[in-house]
Design a protein around this ligand. Structure first.
Ligand SMILES: *[C@@H]1O[C@H](CO)[C@@H](O)[C@H](O)[C@H]1NC(C)=O
Ligand SMILES: *[C@@H]1O[C@H](CO)[C@@H](O)[C@H](O)[C@H]1NC(C)=O
Length: 708
């Protein structure tokens, strides 16, 4: 780890001038620290003066050396406290004044000195030292010892004795450095560049070894230097153990963070919120009440127990599962053995086109198969778990390894019309859990993926790369930062799982808790929250790829990251896959990733051909000939969405949309070489005629931006 920048910052902090009139200084990180320190000191002082108001001024000595004389005559500077021991008060005030003088001394600026010499109370508002109503006065000597001068007569303790049972020093670390050094698997937040994290040392022995650092971390020495800034490794060199609290402020409320030491430790953060007892949003007039992590400021509760009928239905399904499990396992074991691979790519797909499950449509399964084969990928390590007979036939017809169990899947209805959406959803989600659970349980590493996904490079080469940091599970970043997905935001449509006792335990229990999936209407939400517990309890390690990583783009990037999408369209990105997430066949069609002939969309196998699939053959099945187009079927739909070619005649999808390849169009209009001309034959119905081009010039250059 390169620590130079931190060191440099340390030095900068040491040199930075400081003064009592901080307001005149330019705001720098140093400024923040010193201000903070002054605040801490001031606040401690405030604590001594209860129920007091004042606008009084006090007299200052003309130089630090005159302090003693001054302090005797400084009664006039008091806060008007009658009920507080006045000598104690004087001592505090004089300490603070001395403190400020010293920092001015350090600043060594002529101006400051002049003001000081003119001196007297004029320049210091006693107000700042005096407490506002309601602050608690420490009463005993031991409680107040914190602000006393230490024996070396020139420094003060930032940390009073009463805190030292768990705070023995504080340092700052660059947030990015800290998060990189201790990879907790959570998706990084790139918008916090330049931010720092705070490390609190519970014991003196945990402080870094460097003497100067130790002193400053404890608030000794020149306060103008502020808290030390260290690299994550330096800061933690003597930490035998470390607790990490990740905190943010969802809904941007007036949030406070309390650290309470010397308690029976908890590894959960308890959340309190002002709200009515039963429900309702944040309400400042109410008392703070213990509230779940899923209780949003708007009053929505994200986490709640499943309803009775959901539990009942789930138990029935589990009963079936346990009944058929032995034969299920042996059948699956045989199939996996035949596939002869250590890592299995697992897909599940559904024929009924449930609106809430567009990412499972069987035509997307067909597209994945056709698309992959057109690029030369072998699909021998892919296994499909259809949730209905129609999809089973399609999958087999496409020559894919297919595992279907009529008992288990029979409870998964095929067509939405005849069932309530809730039931189909539940059943399909159950299969989404079971398919990974079974393969994982049998000892295979699993790459699970929804079917709304295409490959550019074999993603397994990424996960098998030995230089990949080792985690038990890897997920794509969903991009959402709702409370219900915190702190991982794992996308459950593309993830990799190593088979080990921890992941086996996890998926078994996810299966047992699947009634929550019905209740919360989200496989992802349940999986993440259960992951949290397993991470905490079993150190199941989970890595969520940063959404800035080019390797695993998805819907998020499609709709928001134009630059990356252009790179992908040009075939120049390092992306392994593309996961549409918010599926629209149309988007795949624009992208040039659609390979399914129209006659196979939404059709059952028997409507396409009466050839019987030969499940023994390793080749593409009979449906492949009918359904797969070797060349991508490219169609324009939306001008403002990523597309392989310019779509000048298509409508905008967003009112304020901008043409995706707009600038390219203008640039290439100047070029007329054949290589830039649109291969017109590839474009279907919505192809704009060249003369319709907005600029009117001809021939238009409907090309992908491969020269940018
Ligand atoms: C493995 O990962 C490293 C680091 O990301 C990369 O440089 C290398 O090319 C990868 N190897 C393979 C075989 O993909
Ligand atoms: C792990 O998560 C599962 C749900 O997947 C939960 O039921 C189980 O209690 C958790 N186990 C541990 C040890 O955290």
């Amino acid at each position: 780890m390169d620590t130079t920048p931190d060191r440099r910052r340390n030095r900068a902090a040491a040199k930075a001038p400081t003064s009592a009139s901080m307001g005149n200084r330019r705001p720098t990180p140093v400024f923040r620290t010193v201000t903070w320190l002054v605040i801490v000191i001031t606040m401690s002082a405030l604590a001594f003066y209860l129920g007091v108001w004042t606008g009084m001024k006090m007299n200052l000595p003309s130089s630090p050396r005159d302090q003693r004389t001054w302090s005797a005559s400084s009664k006039a500077c008091s806060c008007g406290l009658e009920d507080v021991d006045s000598s104690e008060l004087q001592r505090r005030v004089s300490s603070l004044v001395e403190e400020r003088l010293k920092s001015m001394d350090a600043a060594d600026t002529a101006n400051d000195r002049k003001t000081l010499r003119k001196g007297a109370c004029d320049d210091i508002e006693v107000d700042t030292f005096c407490p506002k109503k309601g602050y608690v006065l420490p009463r005993s000597e031991s409680e107040t010892s914190g602000l006393r001068k230490t024996s070396d007569s020139s420094s003060y303790h930032l940390l009073p004795k009463s805190l030292r049972h768990f705070v023995n020093g504080i340092v700052r670390v660059s947030k990015e450095d800290f998060m990189d050094t201790f990879d907790q698997g959570v998706p990084p937040n790139p918008l916090t560049e330049g931010f720092e994290a705070l490390i609190i040392y519970n014991k003196k022995e945990a402080l870094p070894s460097d003497d100067a650092v130790r002193k400053r971390a404890q608030g000794e020495g020149n306060p103008s230097q502020g808290l030390p800034v260290l690299s994550a490794n330096e800061a933690t060199e003597n930490c035998d153990t470390m607790n990490i609290v990740l905190t943010n402020n969802p809904s941007n409320t007036n949030q406070c963070l309390a650290l309470v030491g010397s308690q029976y430790q908890s590894y959960h953060i308890d959340r309190w919120m002002r709200r009515k007892l039963k429900h309702g949003p944040l309400d400042a007039k109410e008392p703070l009440r213990l509230s779940t992590r899923g209780f949003t400021a708007a009053g929505k509760e994200e986490f709640f127990p499943p309803a009775e009928h959901q539990v009942h239905e789930h138990q029935k399904r589990l009963m079936t599962y346990f009944t058929v499990l032995p034969q299920l396992k042996s059948r699956l074991k045989a199939l996996l053995a035949k596939m002869g691979t250590k890592t299995v790519v697992v897909l599940t797909s559904n024929f009924g086109q449930l609106r809430s499950l567009p990412f499972m449509k069987s035509e997307l399964l067909i597209n994945f198969a056709c698309n992959s084969r057109s690029k030369g990928f072998s699909l021998n390590n892919v296994i499909v778990f259809p949730t209905d007979l129609e999809t089973k036939e399609l999958s087999e017809g496409m020559g894919l390894n297919t595992f279907y169990d009529e008992h288990l899947m029979a409870s998964v209805p095929k067509r939405e019309a005849r069932y309530y959406g809730d039931q189909i959803f539940t059943g399909v989600m159950f299969s989404k859990v079971v398919c990974v659970q079974l393969v994982n349980e049998l000892g295979y590493d699993v790459l699970f993926q929804d079917v709304d996904l295409v490959w550019f490079k074999d993603p397994l080469t990424y996960f098998h790369n030995e230089s990949l940091p080792q985690f038990d599970m890897y997920f794509q970043d969903d991009g959402s930062r709702q409370e219900r997905y915190s702190p991982l935001s794992a996308n459950t449509g593309f993830y990799y799982v190593r088979s080990n006792s921890k992941t086996k335990h996890f998926f078994r229990h996810l299966l047992y808790s699947a009634d929550l999936i019905t209740a919360w209407k989200s496989h992802q939400q349940v999986l993440i929250q259960l992951l949290n517990e397993n991470r905490s309890l079993l150190t199941l390690s989970v890595k969520v790829f940063a959404k800035e990583l080019d390797e695993f783009p998805g819907g998020l990037h499609y709709h928001r990251k134009t630059k990356l999408m252009k790179k992908i369209m040009r075939g120049e990105s390092s992306a392994f896959i593309f996961h549409m997430s918010w599926t629209e066949n149309k988007f795949f069609q624009q992208m040039g990733e659609w390979h399914v002939n129209e006659k196979c969309v939404g059709r059952e196998a028997k409507e396409i051909t009466d050839q019987v699939p030969d499940t023994q053959s390793a080749n593409a099945g009979p449906l492949a000939n009918h359904c797969c187009s070797a060349e991508p079927i490219i169609k324009c739909h939306y001008r403002d969405k990523p597309s392989k070619y310019e779509c000048p005649n298509s409508p905008f999808i967003d009112k304020k949309g901008k043409s995706f390849l707009g600038s390219t169009l203008k640039r290439c209009l100047a070029l007329t070489t054949a290589e830039y001309l649109l291969p017109m034959t590839k474009m279907q119905s919505e192809v704009p005629s060249p003369t319709d081009d907005e600029s009117g010039s001809e021939p238009a250059c409907w090309l992908l931006d491969h020269r940018a």
